[in-house]
Design a protein around this ligand. Structure first.
Ligand code: ZN
Length: 410
C-alpha cells in the first residue's frame, strides 16, 4: 500500500503549492518555503528533523548501525507553472523509504536530501544547491545573477539564510559523509518509456553536451539581381549543415545508445525578404552518453560544415557556448536497479537522461543511479505533466526495492 501513500502525499503537496496553472514552488520563494515546511511536518511524524547545509540543501538523517551512507534525493522546487511530479516524486519516494526503515534500525545510515534550486528557473543557474555540494559551483558565475524583477540572487539567498560566499562549504559537508550510493527516482520528462509502453526504466547516466554557435559568412546581395551561381548564401550553407547534423545523430544512434543533434536557433543578416543572407548564425546542441561518441559527433559536424561552407563559397567559424562531460552512472548500482525494476514490472528498459539532474553532480563523488517513471505524452515543466497511476505505483515500488537492495549491498 505504500506506493499509494506516496501518491497521496504528492497530491497533498500539489494541492498546497499549486494554482490552476500548475506547481509554483519556485526556489527561494514563499511557496517553496511552504513546501519545505509542509515536508518538515511529514518528517516530524517519524521523529525526524531536517538540517539545512551551507548551500540551502535540506538533509534528513536516519542513523543506522554503520556510518556507511545511502543518500536518496531529489528536489522540491519547481519551475513556475510546473508539474506535480518533477522533483517532488523523488523526495516523496525517499520519504517513504525512510518511513519503511524508521521502526527498525537500518544496517547503514540513510540520508534524504532535498536539493535547493535544481531548476534554476528564477536566476538561470540550474543544479545550484547540488553543484555547491559537489564543488563544481563557481561563485563568480552566480554572484551577479539577477531575476527578471531585479532581485539579486545574493539577496534572495540571504533571505533564506544562505550566504553566497559560504555556499561552497556544502562541499566540505558532503565530504564528511561516508557516501556509498546516491539514488534518485525522477519522471522521465520525455517520450521514450511511454513509446515502449513501459512504466519504469533504468537510467544509464546523463548525456554530455557540446553546444556551439556557428557563424556562416558569405555576401549579402540583391535577391532580384544576383544569379544563383554567383551567390554566397550563408543561410543555405547553414541549412545544408543542419540537415547533415541530423544524419550525424542518425549514424551514431544504435539500438542501445541514442544520441541527439539539434539546431535550435537561426538568425540571418540582413534579415530582409529581398536580400540574399550574407550572415547566418545557428546554435548546435549535441548530446551523447559516451564521451568518445560525443567527440566524434563534434568532429564530424565541424568537418561537414566546413565542406558545405566551401561548396557554397562562404566561411564558417565555430564558437563553443557550453560543454559538460557525460556522467555515466555506476555499473553495480545499474545492475541493482535493473533487478529492482525487473522484480516489479518484468522488464527493465535502459535509457540515458537527456536532461541534467542533481544526480549528475553526485556522480564524480559516489556511485549513482537513477530510475525513471514514464511521462504522459512526454510532457514536463508544465501543468499537463503526468504519469499514469499504475505506472507511478510500479515505479515507486521498484524504487523502494532498489533502496532495500542497495542498503543490503553497500
Ligand atoms: Zn527535476
Amino acid at each position: 500500500m505504500s506506493a499509494r501513500d506516496v501518491i497521496a502525499n504528492l497530491k497533498e503537496l500539489a494541492a498546497a503549492t499549486s494554482t490552476a496553472d500548475g506547481a509554483q514552488r519556485l526556489a527561494w520563494g514563499p511557496v517553496w518555503r511552504d513546501a519545505r515546511r509542509w515536508f518538515a511536518g511529514k518528517l516530524s511524524t517519524l521523529g525526524l528533523e531536517p538540517a539545512v547545509d551551507s548551500a540551502g540543501n535540506s538533509w534528513v538523517t536516519l542513523p543506522g548501525d554503520s556510518a556507511r551512507t545511502v543518500i536518496i534525493g531529489s528536489h522540491l522546487d519547481s519551475v513556475p507553472n510546473g508539474g506535480w511530479l518533477d522533483g517532488a516524486l523523488g523526495v516523496m519516494a525517499a520519504f517513504e523509504a525512510l518511513r519503511r526503515f524508521a521502526d527498525r534500525r537500518p544496517p547503514v545510515t540513510l540520508k534524504l536530501v532535498d536539493w535547493a534550486d535544481e531548476e534554476g528557473a528564477r536566476f538561470g543557474r540550474s543544479l545550484l544547491g547540488s553543484s555547491a555540494a559537489s564543488g563544481s559551483l563557481e561563485l563568480e558565475d552566480i554572484r551577479g545573477l539577477v531575476d527578471k524583477t531585479g532581485v539579486r540572487l545574493v539577496d534572495a539567498l540571504r533571505e533564506n539564510g544562505v550566504e553566497v560566499d559560504r555556499m561552497r562549504q556544502a562541499h566540505r559537508e558532503l565530504k564528511t559523509i561516508d557516501a556509498r550510493a546516491y539514488l534518485e527516482l525522477h519522471i522521465e520528462q520525455g517520450p521514450v518509456l511511454e513509446s515502449m509502453k513501459k512504466p519504469t526504466g533504468v537510467v544509464l547516466g546523463t548525456f554530455g553536451v557540446e553546444r556551439h554557435m556557428l557563424r556562416f559568412v558569405g555576401q549579402a546581395a540583391h535577391s532580384g539581381s544576383t544569379p544563383i551561381p554567383m551567390r554566397r548564401d550563408a543561410f543555405l550553407a547553414a541549412a545544408e549543415s543542419a540537415l547533415q547534423f541530423r544524419e550525424i545523430a542518425r549514424r551514431h544512434t544504435t539500438p542501445t545508445a541514442r544520441v541527439v543533434c539539434t539546431v535550435g536557433t537561426v538568425r540571418t543578416e540582413p534579415g530582409i525578404v529581398t536580400a540574399v543572407p550574407g550572415v547566418c548564425e545557428i546554435a548546435l546542441d549535441q548530446r551523447a552518453l559516451d564521451a568518445d561518441v560525443l567527440a566524434a559527433m563534434l568532429a564530424e559536424a565541424r568537418d561537414v560544415s566546413e565542406r558545405i561552407a566551401r561548396e557554397n563559397n562562404v566561411v564558417v567559424a565555430w564558437r563553443r557556448i557550453w560543454k559538460i562531460e557525460p556522467r555515466p552512472f555506476d555499473l553495480r548500482l545499474i545492475e541493482l536497479c535493473d533487478e529492482a525494476v525487473r522484480d516489479v514490472t518484468g522488464d527493465a528498459p535502459r535509457l540515458p537522461s537527456g536532461p541534467l539532474h542533481d544526480a549528475a553532480e553526485m556522480a564524480p563523488h559516489m556511485p549513482v543511479v537513477m530510475m525513471f517513471t514514464s511521462s504522459s505524452n512526454g510532457l514536463s515543466h508544465c501543468k499537463e505533466e503526468d504519469t499514469p497511476e499504475s505506472h507511478l505505483e510500479q515505479s515507486i515500488e521498484a524504487f523502494l526495492r532498489l533502496v532495500e537492495k542497495t542498503v543490503a549491498n553497500v
